[in-house]
Design a binder for this molecule. Sequence first.
Ligand SMILES: Nc1ncnc2c1ncn2[C@@H]1O[C@H](COP(=O)(O)OP(=O)(O)OP(=O)(O)O)[C@@H](O)[C@H]1O
Ligand SMILES: [Mg+2]
Length: 392
Amino acid sequence: MASVRVAVRVRPLSQREKDLSAKVIIQVDGHKTSVLNMKDNFHCMSGESCGESVKSFPYDFSYDSMDSTSPSFVTQEKIFTDLGTDVLQAAFEGYNACVFAYGQTGSGKSYTMMGNPVDDPIKILGRRTGRLQCVNEASILAACPFLWAFYFEIYNERVRDLLPSTETQGCELRVREHPKDGPYVEALSRHHVQSYTEVGQLMQEGNRRRATASTGMNHVSSRSHAIFTIHFIKAMFDADLPSETVSKVHLVDLAGSERANATQATGIRLKEGANINKSLVTLGIVISALADLSVGGGLKKKQNFVPYRDSVLTWLLKDSLGGNSKTIMIATISPADVNYSETLNTLRYASRAKNILNKPTVNEDSSVKIIRELRAEIARLKALLSAGNQVS
Ligand SMILES: Nc1ncnc2c1ncn2[C@@H]1O[C@H](COP(=O)(O)OP(=O)(O)OP(=O)(O)O)[C@@H](O)[C@H]1O
Ligand SMILES: [Mg+2]
């Protein structure tokens, strides 16, 4: 069993927030992120007694990316090293892994997962020039000759291929559930990749197709949930038999939770917003149900039900939430007082997610595992037989 690990990241004040003369209400101290309610008390940040008006939450990681001149400033690079390294390590060991970014619209999810597309094209899995410490490009190629990449988005509850082949171009793809491997997207096109550079190129190509639009809150707002998946196929010999492990890494950039009045959405944008919120509400219910399961152990049967199938997003993330995966949630927040209630919601949500217990297991080749077990059984029976012969 392994808990979902949670990181919180605070971005700098945006121009819009500066124009509104917004105040910074977030403080990061070690693993703890605190939020101040300015309406209750103005003086807390200067160290005076704050009573109930400061709420603090401990996480596995708290990242302060508010001010690049501050000594506590955390760069993209540091986040990639902390989190990306673990994800790659897990995949190499044969585990599934998932990183998903959650937070209010405009809080920095896409920036953290994909980098700034204009001047900082870097991704959570690594970068061309600053390689991850434990696994570099050469070792990926040596140890893992097969990497398949997939990229799709869920837009208005429909699945679209972001790297389409001629067959999947413009099609709505279906989600199915394999009895052993769980939910998957049928007929999704796959792409053989050999380096980070190729992974990065595919990600950028898919991002160009992804549904984005300018809203009142974010001029590059993601209007869909995007899931980039890499299958690591590792060939080896096990019990003298050729065998392979297939581990899946999902990188999930969710569309942001939003309030219709803040984004000034109407028409198509409003419908998109309603669908985005529907999947996020389901995600919230799934996280709550899983957190209750882990904390309460044996709650009543009815309460134990986890409604994965209520949205395409949660159905496809079934393994990553409460299943066979090492999962990391990155909750992104704005530092500004104008976003107080959204930020508090995100921090509470992230706190609940910490309680989710997953069951990561190495994805062994099942036929090789059976052969190994049968061989052990034969050896045991032979030993019993020869012991019997000796007695007679
Ligand atoms: N850590 C950061 N440092 C500098 N700029 C950032 C950071 N995080 C976000 N930004 C900037 O803030 C804006 C909004 O970020 P981003 O698009 O990543 O938000 P989002 O959470 O993905 O929003 P949405 O849910 O609408 O897609 C972008 O212009 C981005 O470049
Ligand atoms: Mg986004």
